[in-house]
Design a protein around this ligand. Structure first.
Ligand SMILES: Nc1ncnc2c1ncn2[C@@H]1O[C@H](COP(=O)(O)OP(=O)(O)OP(=O)(O)O)[C@@H](O)[C@H]1O
Length: 550
């Protein structure tokens, strides 16, 4: 039903038309059977009428069948498209922390695996619908031939459906278990792509990974799939046997109990034999339908939870940059709970003020909370408690999207786009070229229509390209999370002593997370974190060389 709802949501008009055409196509199939029966049983058939009726029905069936399929193909493809876009939008609209908890492997499994499973099934729905229409139409014809036989047939059918659906439910639970293993498999695939160097260099690690992780999960997935599919196969075989029992009953037993005209019997036998193929088709699609339902449940559970968390309001009129004076964070806290270790990391409460045209260094040991603070300041994490004020305006769900547009950030785990997306600048190429020269990348990278010629560069060079993107964004507040850690000493010097000061002179606030203590003297203010708390805060008006680690 969920699949039908999905299709209905996509285009109810197209779907209704397709269903109508499908019903017509099914009725013509039953009509053809009836006509063939009549022709065979008539002693002196009026050949001309029967012949032209036959031709007419064939043509009608051809047109109705074609129309129904074309319409259903359109609806199903539209449904696949909207599902992909809908889900991607939902993910992008969700809070970062929530997505981090779900995990990128689980998100990928849904985007790749589940959408594919649903797509594969949606594609067969047109053919399934037509076969169902044929079965229904034939049943109506059978009931018209003889009520008694029809009732017996329906009785068998219910018995078949009941005895088929019980094991099907069991099979579904196995397919669900198999689906759970898919999440784990995606995690392992990520290990293969991201940990390839470490796996190649260590034979025993690689072997252990394959046998203990990958193979074990793949085996478990196979086992659940095999059991689930075998149950389906057994149920389908049982359904088929039941079908032949019904035919046997009809041919051999029923005539001895009740007198039935041989023409009706033969019409029945012919119709039932005709029904075998559509029924077999319907049965064979059941595992696919069940898989798609499992996938849809997974998507919906993710989609629903995403919807629950997604409460950010995007107001496009507020997306403009703002000339600000002061950013204040008051009693900001955030905590991570580590389930396996049964421990938590708590950042804050933190109180800080940043001003326009100020360079602030944020320091602290590994795990002291610098990157977490960066995510809070930039609005990527919503604070658990405390508030953020920009020029006295409280930041809340209504203006959060606008607030984020005030920042240009290069994270330590930055992502580099090979195309400048979302820039309206007419002079983009010229401006990019200027920065490529400034960042000493012009000999490596060219730009044309906002597309970079390559991003296959060293890590330090890629970071310079990320910095270039931040320059082009030209926003009031800049944040660099250990930007210089991959730079050579010469460029490190240029970054700290020239680039940061240039940004400051342009009136930007520059927040720098850094371990490079030889450049701390350049800061206007230094904030040092320890175990999630602000340990010290230095004003550094005299630009002295200070050792904050003392
Ligand atoms: N995504 C996450 N999920 C759970 N816990 C996290 C996550 N990110 C960070 N933490 C926890 O928060 C603590 C602070 O991490 P954070 O990345 O903010 O530190 P940091 O000061 O930037 O460290 P580093 O200098 O190593 O980059 C860590 O000790 C870790 O336990």
């Amino acid at each position: 039903m969920n699949l039908i709802r999905l299709l209905l949501r996509t285009s109810s008009l197209h779907l209704s038309l397709a269903m109508l055409a499908g019903i017509l196509s099914g009725s013509t199939a039953a009509g053809l059977i009836a006509l063939i029966n009549t022709t065979l049983n008539q002693n002196q058939p009026s050949k001309t009428i029967l012949f032209w009726s036959f031709v007419g029905l064939c043509l009608l069936r051809l047109i109705a069948n074609f129309l129904s399929q074309i319409l259903l193909i359109q609806v199903s493809q539209k449904a696949i498209l909207s599902l992909r876009i809908f889900l991607s939008r939902r993910i992008l609209d969700s809070p970062l922390r929530h997505l981090e908890k779900i995990g990128s492997h689980a998100l990928l499994a849904v985007l790749v695996e589940d959408i594919q499973t649903i797509s594969n099934t949606i594609i067969i729905i047109p053919f399934l619908s037509i076969n169902i229409a044929i079965v229904v139409a034939c049943l109506i014809y059978l009931s018209w031939l003889s009520k008694l036989i029809f009732l017996i047939g329906i009785g068998f059918m219910f018995l078949g459906i009941f005895s088929y659906s019980l094991p099907t439910m069991k099979a579904m639970s196995f397919l669900k278990l198999a689906r759970e293993q898919e999440d784990k498999l995606f995690k392992h695939f990520r290990t293969i792509t991201q940990g390839i160097k470490e796996l190649k260099l260590h034979r025993r690690r690689r072997q252990a990974f394959i046998s203990e992780d990958l193979h074990k999960t793949a085996l478990s997935s196979r086992h659940h799939n095999v059991v689930g599919m075998s149950i389906f196969a057994a149920a389908a075989s049982w359904g088929q046997i039941l079908f032949f029992v019904a035919i046997g009953l009809l041919l051999f037993t029923l005539p001895t109990i009740n007198k039935i005209h041989p023409t009706i019997l033969s019409a029945y036998a012919l119709t039932i034999i005709y029904l075998i193929s559509p029924l077999e088709y319907i049965m064979s699609t059941m595992p696919n339908i069940t898989r798609a339902l499992v996938a849809l449940k997974k998507v919906e559970s993710l989609g629903l939870s995403l919807a629950t968390y997604s409460n950010e309001i995007v107001d496009n009129t507020l997306l403009l940059s703002h000339k600000y004076k002061c950013l204040e964070i008051v009693n900001l806290t955030h905590s991570y709970y580590h389930e396996q270790a049964e421990s938590s990391f708590v950042l804050g409460p933190i109180n800080l003020k940043f001003h326009q045209g100020e360079i602030v260094f944020i320091l602290g040991g590994n795990g002291s909370g610098k990157s977490t603070l960066a995510k809070l300041i930039t609005g990527l994490y919503m604070p658990e408690t405390g508030n953020i004020y920009l020029d006295g305006n409280l930041i809340n769900n209504q203006n959060l999207e606008w607030y984020r547009q005030q920042f240009s950030v290069v994270f330590s785990d930055f992502y580099l786009f090979d195309r400048f997306l979302g820039f309206d600048n007419n002079n983009l190429d010229a401006e990019t070229q200027k920065y490529l020269v400034k960042l000493q990348l012009d000999h490596k990278v060219k730009v044309k229509n906002g597309v970079l010629s390559t991003t296959d560069l060293s890590q330090g060079q890629r970071k310079r390209l990320a910095l270039l993107t931040a320059y082009l964004e030209d926003r009031p507040i800049y944040m660099f999370d250990e930007w210089a850690s991959d730079q050579d000493p010469v460029f490190k010097e240029i970054f700290y002593t020239q680039l940061l000061l240039e940004l400051k002179n342009r009136g930007k606030t520059v927040l720098v997370i850094s371990h490079d203590d030889q450049y701390f003297y350049l800061a206007d203010r230094i904030v040092k974190l320890e175990y999630g708390q602000v340990k010290t805060e230095h004003l550094n008006n005299r630009k002295e060389r200070i050792n904050v680690f003392e």
